[in-house]
Design a binder for this molecule. Structure first.
Ligand code: MG
Length: 273
């Protein structure tokens, strides 16, 4: 059973300051993902594209289950590890949604490692679904920093989890009941770090076609400076299996916890703090 009918748009650009685009994305049913690579030379681009390649094997399925996501993530980690072992510090974020099916209902299965972001735009409201694995997010959680100040903080580019880059790469997952009209935005920090959320929300509200919306968002990030690589994937749920039945949201246990053994590449080599 096809869990959902979707319409999709995607756009990416190296931005105005960087020569190489180290972001990679996948925007083919049932997987909508963005990966933001890091590492010297071509290691970042190699890491993000290797991760996306592992998930591409699931394209064309009616839906994707969490066990398949975990298995693909393990293969992705191994692929990035091999890149790193060629003498380079390779790593990447990963965020996005897989369309999944639970008891005949269509769901968004959100995955996140790092500080790329997955948002849901529904009923005119933009909500960040993923929780950044970043130093500033930890400071916000501890009450030591406001969300507004975080955008200017010198540590804003330091992430606490990645696939590769010395991190265990453990992912958070969230299962969210999908509804027709849901618009998911998956993006790298070249968008979310550059364009205020109310502006992102305005574009998602105004621009109906998902491809036009993705293109417009990337363009907007360039108007705001384009200091990083920019990627936006926009997914609209047109029809959702079982959506008239009783649906519920769940947050699988262990999602937001930080394991003690996780290595966190804070101000590691390459940081711009
Ligand atoms: Mg970036």
């Amino acid at each position: 059973m096809i869990a959902m009918d979707v319409q999709v748009g995607a756009a990416t650009h190296p931005g105005l300051r960087r020569r190489v685009n180290e972001d990679s994305h996948l925007a083919e049913y049932p997987l909508f993902l963005v990966a933001d690579g890091m590492g010297g030379h071509d290691a970042g681009a190699a890491a993000s594209s290797a991760v996306v390649a592992e998930f591409r094997a699931l394209v064309g399925q009616d839906s994707v289950g969490i066990d398949e996501m975990r298995a693909a993530l393990a293969r992705a980690r191994a692929a990035v590890h091999r890149i790193g072992h060629e003498g380079r510090a390779a790593g990447t974020t990963l965020t996005g949604v897989a369309v999944t099916e639970v008891g005949g209902h269509g769901y968004w299965l959100t995955v996140n490692v790092g500080d790329s972001r997955t948002y849901r735009f529904a009923d005119g409201e933009l909500e960040q679904i993923s929780v950044d694995h970043s130093v500033v997010q930890e400071l916000i959680d501890a009450g030591e920093l406001t969300g507004e100040a975080a955008g200017r903080d010198s540590r804003r580019n330091e992430i606490t989890r990645a696939i590769g880059a010395g991190s265990g790469g453990e992912a958070d997952f969230w299962l969210i009941a999908a509804e027709p009209g849901d618009r998911m935005l998956i993006c790298s920090d070249g968008l979310s770090g550059e364009v205020p959320e109310d502006r992102i929300s305005g574009i998602l509200r105004e621009v109906v076609d998902p491809q036009d919306a993705a293109t417009r968002l990337v363009h907007e990030a360039m108007l705001h400076g384009g200091r990083d690589n920019i990627t936006a994937v926009v997914v609209d749920a047109v029809r959702v299996a079982g959506q008239d039945d009783d649906a519920y949201d769940t947050a699988p246990a262990g999602g937001a916890s930080y394991a003690e053994e996780d290595t966190r590449p804070r101000a590691a080599a390459g940081g711009d703090a």
